[in-house]
Design a protein around this ligand. Structure first.
Ligand SMILES: Nc1ncnc2c1ncn2[C@@H]1O[C@H](COP(=O)(O)OP(=O)(O)OP(=O)(O)O)[C@@H](O)[C@H]1O
Ligand SMILES: [Mg+2]
Ligand SMILES: [Mg+2]
Length: 786
C-alpha cells in the first residue's frame, strides 16, 4: 500500500526519528529545498533502512492527512551525516528516482551516497528492532526489505572459504575469517547478509554439528548472553602473548599498536612477518578449526584464580601459533572482546533464518514471490523466538532438528532463562505523555526507584531472580526467594514476574532511596545478616503455569497477576496505579508518587496491540515521567569513562575530572560528550582512582571519537558506566556525541553542568546511552523550547 509512485516521496531521517520529509517527484533531486511536513508518530512508516534516509513512494489512494499532522514551523532540513573518518568532509547525497521502479526495487540502488566512506550504510536492524514500536505483525511489506534480493554468493564464490572443507569435517577457521574479512570490507547491509547467510548455509550442509560454535564466534560469545561470561582479555596480556609468539619485545608490539591502533592488525602483521620463528613450534601447518578456536576461548573465559594468567597466555599462544593470514587479526580482536566488523546480532539472526530456509530442499522449487514470503516469515519467527528465549544453545539444536517451521513449538519463553526486559521511553512533560498515548486506554503507575527484578519460578519449584542486565541475582536476594512462595497463590505453579526491588524501612513502612539499596551486599548474602530490607513491587506477569503471556494485553496480564499473587505487608506489593485521563489527574498523581519517595510515573498503554510485552525494546508504549528531569533533559544519561585529568589542590592524589562518552553502536565507537568534575564525594574520587588506575592505556582506543582539544591526561579501557545528570544539552564544536545526527552536521552534542550520580553496576559500556538517544534528547529539548 505504501510503495507506489506518482504521489510523492517521503524521506525519513533515521537519526531524527519520526521526522518525515515530503517531496514531490519533480523536486526529488533537490533534497536541500525539501520541506519537512511533520512528525510522524507510531506509524508503520517508521521503518528505516540502509542508513539515514529511507525513500518511500506513497500511493495515490493514501490521504496525506492520514499520516501528517499540522506542519511544524521549527522543523529543520535533514542534515547530512558527517563522515568522521574522512576528516569531516560532507558530500552531497544524490537521490535518483524512476517512476517505473516497483516496490522491491526501492532499494539502495536508488540512493547513492557519494562518499568515500559509507560506513553509515551499515545500519543494523537491531536498532530498528529495539527502538521501533512498530508492530512486526503489520510489517509484511517492510520486512521484505530485510531480505537480500540479490543472488546469494554461490558455492564457487566460496571456494576460498571452503577449499579444505569437506562434508562432515570441522568448519575451517580460515573460512570464517574470510567471511569476516568480506563483511568488514563492505558497508552494505545486504552484502553483509549475503556473505554470512552463505557461510551458514555451508555450515548447515557440511558441518551442522559446528553451527552453534560458528554462530557464537560471529557474536563473539562463548555461551548465552545471560550467563554473563566476559571474554575481554586485557590488552597487556595479549601484547605479551603476541610478543612471545612472534619473537618481538613487548615494547615493539606496543609501539606498533600506538601506530596502527588495532591490536588485531598488529598481531596479523607481526605474525606474517615472523614465519620462521613460528615455524619453530612445528605445528604451523595444522589448520585451525572453528570448534578448536571456540573451545579454547571457552576455556580461557572460564579460567580464574591464581595461575590463570599464565594458563591464559599459554592457551592464547597455542592459538596464535596455528594462525595464518587474516586469522591472527580476528582471533586477537575476538579475545579482546569485540570483532568490530559491523556485524550486529540482529543481522546474525536474519542470516541464520535465511540459511535454514534456503537449505530446505523444497525451497528451490518455489516461485519467487513465495520464496520471499518464506524468508520473511522465517526472519519474523526467529526474531520473535529469540526475544522470548535468548539462548542459541536451545535455538540452534531445535533448528537443526525441526527447521524453522517447528521452531516456535520447540522454543518458547521458559522460566529459568531470562528475557531482556521491556524498557521505557523518557518524556519531558505531561503534555508529551498525553500526545503519545492519545486515543488509547492507559494507566499511570508509580515509578519506584530501586533495581529491576525478573523473578522466575520453574516447574520444579526452583526460584531465580535476574537483573535488568540478565545477571543472576538469586544469591543476592535470599529474602525475596523465601517470600515469593508466600506471595504466590496455591494454583500459581510456574511464572515469570517483572518487579522493582526497593529498599524499605520496616519501622516506618516507607520506601527508601536507591542509594540505600546500593549498599546491600551482592554475594554470599545470608538471610539472618541482611541489613537493608527490601520490598518487592510487581508490575507485570509474563508467564503463568506453562503459558507465555507476552502477547496478551497489559490489562489481561495485570488481571492474571492480581489473581495469582497476594500482597504481603512490608514484603510484596503490586505497583500503585490509577487510570488517569487528564493533565490534572496525572499531575496530582505525579506529586503523590514523589511524596511516596518514588521517582515519578510510568505511563503504559493498557489494551490493544500496543500493550503487549515487548522484550528488549525501548517502547513508546511505556513512558517514564521523572519529576527530577522535567525541567531539564528528561532523563539521566549513562556514560562511559574514557579518560581522566589529574587533580589539583585537594585532589592531587586522585583524578580530579573525567572525560565521558556515549556509545554509537552503528559505528561501534565511543563519542566524547563532556568533561565532568562535579558530584563526586572525596570517597567517590578515591574509589574511582583505585579502580580506574588499573584500566589506563598507553593510547586512546582506535574506537574513541574525540577532539584533540579535549584530550585527557590519561586514557582508559572502556570499562565502567556512570549515571550522570545534566542541566541541558548543547551543540559543541569539540565534543563528538551524536555527531552528524543533529542540525549542525559537523558538530556534536555536549552536556552542560554534568553531575555524577552513581556507578551503573548493571550496565556494560555497550549498554551506555547511545548517540541516537543523545540526539533525540537534544532534539526534544529543542522542540520544547520553540
Ligand atoms: N511501575 C513500573 N513499571 C516498570 N518499570 C518500573 C516501574 N517502577 C520502577 N520501574 C523501574 O524503572 C526502570 C525504567 O526507568 P529507569 O530510568 O530507572 O531505567 P534505567 O535502568 O536507568 O534504564 P534506561 O535509562 O536505559 O531506560 C525499569 O527498568 C524498572 O526497573
Ligand atoms: Mg531505575
Ligand atoms: Mg536511566
Amino acid at each position: 500500500m505504501w510503495l507506489r509512485r506518482k504521489f510523492g516521496h517521503m524521506i525519513i531521517n533515521k537519526n531524527q526519528k519520526n521526522r518525515v520529509y515530503f517531496f514531490k517527484p519533480s523536486s526529488l533531486y533537490d533534497i536541500v529545498t525539501a520541506k519537512p511536513l511533520s512528525r510522524l508518530e507510531n506509524s508503520r512508516a517508521l521503518k528505516y533502512r540502509e542508513g539515514i534516509f529511507l525513500l518511500y513512494e506513497m500511493s495515490k489512494q493514501t490521504k496525506v492527512s492520514n499520516f501528517f499532522g499540522k506542519p511544524k514551523l521549527n522543523d529543520s532540513i535533514p542534515q547530512e551525516k558527517k563522515d568522521k573518518k574522512s576528516g569531516g568532509k560532507v558530500k552531497k547525497r544524490i537521490i535518483e528516482s524512476s517512476d517505473e521502479e516497483s516496490n522491491s526495487e526501492v532499494d539502495t540502488k536508488k540512493i547513492k551516497f557519494e562518499r568515500e566512506n559509507e560506513r553509515e550504510n551499515k545500519t543494523e536492524s537491531s536498532s530498528e528492532m529495539d527502538e521501533d514500536n512498530v508492530k512486526e505483525e503489520q510489517d509484511d511489506n517492510l520486512e521484505s526489505e530485510l531480505v537480500s534480493t540479490k543472488k546469494l554468493v554461490d558455492q564457487k564464490d566460496m571456494k576460498d572459504v571452503g577449499a579444505d572443507w569437506k562434508k562432515g569435517e570441522p568448519v575451517p577457521y580460515a573460512g570464517l575469517c574470510k567471511t569476516f574479512e568480506a563483511i568488514e570490507s563492505t558497508t552494505k547491509r545486504l552484502e553483509i547478509q549475503e556473505y554470512l547467510t552463505s557461510f551458514f548455509k555451508h555450515t548447515i550442509e557440511l558441518s551442522p554439528g559446528n553451527l552453534l560454535e560458528t554462530l557464537y564466534l560471529c557474536l563473539n560469545r562463548v555461551c548465552p548472553e545471560y550467563e554473563n561470561v566476559e571474554l575481554g582479555i586485557g590488552e597487556s596480556l595479549l601484547i605479551k602473548a603476541i610478543a612471545e609468539v612472534t619473537g618481538r619485545t613487548t615494547q615493539k608490539v606496543k609501539n606498533e599498536l600506538a601506530k596502527v591502533g588495532d591490536l588485531g592488525k598488529v598481531a596479523r602483521d607481526s605474525k606474517n612477518s615472523q614465519k620462521s620463528i613460528s615455524s619453530m613450534f612445528g605445528n604451523r601447518d595444522k589448520l585451525l578449526t572453528v570448534p578448536k578456536v571456540f573451545n579454547s576461548m571457552k576455556k580461557i573465559a572460564s579460567l580464574t584464580g591464581h595461575s590463570s594468567q599464565d594458563l591464559k597466555i599459554k592457551e592464547i599462544q597455542n592459538l596464535l601459533i596455528s594462525c595464518r593470514d587474516e586469522e591472527p587479526k580476528f582471533l586477537t580482536r575476538s579475545l579482546e572482546g569485540k570483532l568490530r566488523i559491523g556485524l550486529a546480532e540482529q543481522t546474525v539472526l536474519i542470516c541464520l533464518a535465511q540459511a535454514f530456509v534456503m537449505t530446505d530442499k523444497e525451497y528451490e522449487k518455489l516461485a519467487k514471490a513465495k520464496k520471499t514470503e518464506e524468508l520473511n516469515n522465517a526472519i519474523k519467527t526467529i526474531k520473535s523466538v529469540y526475544s522470548e528465549l535468548p539462548s542459541y544453545d536451545k535455538i540452534v539444536p531445535a533448528l537443526l532438528k525441526g527447521g524453522i517451521k517447528n521452531l516456535r513449538e520447540h522454543c518458547k519463553l521458559t522460566p529459568g532463562i531470562p528475557l531482556k526486559p521491556m524498557l521505557a521511553h523518557p518524556t519531558k512533560s505531561i503534555t508529551d505523555v498525553l500526545d503519545s498515548v492519545e486515543g488509547h486506554k492507559f494507566t499511570c503507575e508509580f515509578k519506584y526507584d530501586g533495581e529491576r527484578g525478573q523473578i522466575h519460578r520453574l516447574e520444579d519449584g526452583t526460584t531465580k531472580i535476574f537483573s535488568r542486565n540478565l545477571e543472576d541475582n538469586t544469591v543476592k536476594y535470599p529474602d525475596i526467594i523465601e517470600r515469593i512462595s508466600k506471595a504466590a497463590k496455591t494454583n500459581t505453579k510456574s511464572y515469570v514476574l517483572d518487579c522493582e526491588v526497593v529498599a524499605w524501612d520496616l519501622e516506618k513502612h516507607i520506601l527508601l532511596p536507591f542509594q540505600v539499596l546500593s549498599t546491600r551486599k551482592r554475594k554470599d548474602v545470608k538471610e539472618a545478616e541482611i541489613k537493608v530490607s527490601v520490598c518487592l513491587f510487581a508490575f507485570d506477569l509474563l508467564y503463568l503455569n506453562g503459558e507465555s503471556l507476552l502477547k496478551k494485553s497489559l490489562e489481561e496480564r495485570r488481571k492474571l497477576m492480581n489473581d495469582s499473587f497476594q500482597e504481603i505487608e512490608d514484603e510484596f506489593s503490586f505497583v500503585q496505579n490509577i487510570n488517569a485521563t487528564n493533565i490534572e489527574e496525572i499531575q496530582s498523581y505525579l506529586d503523590e508518587s514523589i511524596k511516596a519517595n518514588c521517582e515519578g510515573l510510568m505511563v503504559k498503554i493498557l489494551d490493544g496491540l500496543e500493550s503487549t510485552y515487548e522484550p528488549s525494546k525501548r517502547s513508546r508504549n511505556w513512558l517514564k515521567l521523572k519529576k527530577d528531569y522535567l525541567s531539564g533533559v528528561g532523563d539521566s544519561l549513562d556514560l562511559v569513562v574514557v579518560g581522566a585529568f589529574y587533580g589539583r589542590g585537594k585532589r592531587t592524589n586522585v583524578y580530579g575530572a573525567f572525560l565521558l562518552a556515549c556509545y554509537d553502536p552503528e559505528h561501534e565507537e565511543y563519542q566524547t560528550i563532556c568533561k565532568i568534575g562535579t558530584g563526586f564525594s572525596d570517597s567517590d574520587l578515591e574509589t574511582h582512582f583505585n579502580y580506574l588506575k588499573e584500566k589506563e592505556t598507553s593510547e586512546p582506543k582506535s574506537y574513541f571519537n574525540y577532539d584533540k582539544g579535549t584530550k585527557p591526561d590519561v586514557w582508559f579501557e572502556p570499562c565502567q558506566v556512570w549515571e550522570v545528570k545534566a542541566a541541558d544539552l548543547s551543540i559543541s564544536p569539540i565534543y563528538k556525541a551524536a555527531i552528524g545526527q543533529i542540525s549542525e552536521a559537523s558538530k556534536g552534542v555536549s552536556l552542560r553542568f554534568p553531575r555524577f550520580i552513581r556507578i551503573r553496576e548493571d550496565k556494560k559500556p555497550e549498554d551506555a546511552t547511545t548517540s541516537e538517544q543523545v540526539a533525540e534528547l537534544f532534539q526534544n529539548q529543542y522542540n520544547n523550547k520553540e
